[in-house]
Design a protein around this ligand. Structure first.
Ligand code: ADP
Ligand code: ZN
Length: 522
């Protein structure tokens, strides 16, 4: 479109898109880029990232160059923009020669507002050479997480986009993505040389979703208690394995729920049928692996439960985010236990992934456990993971009922010395048996009934000790043997703790039965 020099971003928003106001951080981003600055934009899917580069490209003189990984996506965007009167085009490798020549003629004559291109096409010498003679208003790199070597969507050609930084150093650059944890984000910003001051992260809060996380005690009873609050509503129960989805769905059917299973091992027809029934049903409980999710378009999913630990905070956010698209109050519950942590740890350690990848996986697990074990507002922890923030929300379990803390200094000292005295090689169950003075064959065999820490922890039961040890692991005072046997040892922070003996506040390992009764107000 031919625009007046006085046209503002808001005019474009109204006339081209027909919207009255910018949403969330859009206005700030658009102004920032129109002024000629770079921007890193991290916003959830559906947050409205496209406008953030399209409007500056329209307002600024020259043509906006948009790098996008998917041809189909580009075609949709171009069609919609043209419909609205914006001069947009896509440069594909399969464009006939004459059309391609015409496109370059338009570009060099300044008759294009936006050019979409896939990275593989863009990086060809003749394309870069032609672009060198065009006037660019900005360069936007969509789905920028594809350049992260440690992300799941790594595309080698994305990695070479730093060529653009060198070739067009004075053109504003934008990197946009919906998925980036702190390391990925740092990688994107450093690779494309986008400063911290140019980062915009917002829109992650889903205020209508209630968050709750409980230790696994009796998972079926916990799930039943949760579902009881949602009679007559539809929702999703995520499980880790195919078998568990089948078993859990069968169990829930016996309990009277219209529960369906969904996993990648089912044949396509059965999967599609269950998805349709969920989509159109009134009170359907979909018991699924993470295979279920893509393309769910049900606005009134009222609850999401995780009966196993999700793979990361991003996954947790994305999966819980399938609840409450209609903006109405929605409820979530995640259950986690020591077995989940051990299993996840084993997955990571036994995989063939390079060490750096494993380190990222460990960090992700730690972050997730930090969310699970926090004494503060869950939403704050969740949003801070994405670099976003909020006040204590009043709509999560820890806000509603702040977890009780106790002075765990002595308990931690006892646990650490017991781990030390038994040689830093036994697992959690064994360590706890020694702490509470249980005499089993192994303990007698190793003579651990004779050591000073035998039976020094009788003030807590096994369950309480498990919760205490898990917190010590999450706080990194205790390390778990990563070779897979689960042996506990004292981590560097644990040694510091033993030396300096600072006060250590821990969450009271509350009996979940009591918590369930309180939560079960129906
Ligand atoms: P993302 O790329 O972040 O996933 P999109 O740019 O596709 O999100 O936008 C998601 C939807 O929100 C689109 O339908 C878009 O038209 C709409 N949208 C974006 N910004 C606004 C706004 N300021 N007002 C109303 N709707 C908007
Ligand atoms: Zn909260």
């Amino acid at each position: 479109m031919q625009i007046e020099t006085t046209t503002t971003a808001l005019d474009v928003l109204k006339t081209v898109y027909g919207y009255d106001a910018f949403r969330g951080p859009q206005a700030g981003i658009v102004d920032h880029v129109i002024a000629g600055n770079n921007a890193f934009v991290l916003m959830p899917t559906g947050g409205g990232k496209s406008l953030c580069y399209q409007i500056p490209a329209i307002v600024r003189p020259g043509m906006g160059l948009v790098v996008s990984p998917l041809l189909a996506l580009m075609a949709d965007q171009v069609a919609a923009l043209r419909q609205a009167g914006v001069r947009a085009a896509a440069l594909n490798s399969d464009l006939p020669a004459d059309e391609r020549r015409a496109l370059w003629r338009d570009i060099h004559a300044g008759r294009l507002d936006l050019l979409y291109v896939a990275p593989e096409t863009l990086l060809r010498n003749e394309v870069l050479e032609q672009l060198g003679r065009a006037r660019l208003s900005l360069i936007a790199i969509d789905e920028a997480h594809c350049l992260s070597q440690w992300g799941h969507d790594f595309r080698p050609s994305y990695r070479q986009l730093d060529t653009l930084v060198r070739q067009f150093p004075d053109t504003p650059r934008m990197a946009l993505t919906a998925t980036a944890d702190a390391p990925t984000r740092a990688e994107i910003q450093s690779h494309l040389d986008i400063a911290e001051a140019d980062a915009f992260i917002a829109g992650f809060d889903r205020p209508n979703i209630r968050y709750a996380i409980e230790e696994k005690d009796n998972p079926r009873a916990q799930l039943k208690g949760f579902l009881k609050r949602h009679e007559g509503e539809s929702g999703i129960v995520y499980c880790l394995s195919k078998r568990k989805t089948e078993e859990t769905a069968a169990f829930l059917r016996v309990e009277g729920y219209d529960a369906l299973a969904y996993h990648a091992g089912m044949d396509k027809a059965a999967r599609e049928e269950n998805q349709l029934r969920f989509q159109h049903g009134e009170a359907v409980v979909m018991v699924a692996t993470i295979a279920f999710g893509m393309g769910i378009d049900k606005p009134d999913v009222r609850f999401v439960a995780h009966v196993d630990l999700p793979s990361s905070i991003e996954a947790y956010y994305q999966e819980t985010g399938r609840a409450g698209r209609d903006g109405l109050p929605s409820d979530t519950l995640m259950l986690y236990g020591a077995e989940d942590i051990a299993l996840r740890t084993r997955f990571t350690e036994e995989s063939d992934a390079p060490e750096q990848r494993k380190r990222v996986e460990r960090q992700k697990l730690d972050a997730l456990l930090g969310l699970a074990e926090t004494a503060g507002c869950r939403r704050q922890v969740l949003l801070s993971y994405f670099g976003d923030h909020c006040e204590p929300c009043g709509n999560c379990d820890t806000c509603a009922e702040p977890p009780e803390l106790f002075d765990g200094t002595i308990a931690a000292q006892k646990a650490l010395s017991c781990i030390y005295r038994t040689g830093e090689r036994f697992g959690q169950a064994y360590t706890i048996d020694v702490l509470i003075g249980a005499t089993n064959e192994r303990i007698l065999q190793f003579g651990h009934d004779q050591i000073s820490t035998f039976g020094i922890g009788t003030e807590y039961d096994k369950r309480a000790w498990r919760a205490i040890l898990r917190q010590l692991i999450a706080l990194r005072l205790v390390a778990v043997d990563l070779a897979g046997h689960g042996g506990l040892s004292i981590a560097p922070l644990g040694r510091t703790f033993l030396r300096e003996k600072p006060t250590l506040m821990l969450r009271v390992p509350s009996p979940p039965r009591a918590r369930r009764e309180k939560a079960g107000r129906t």
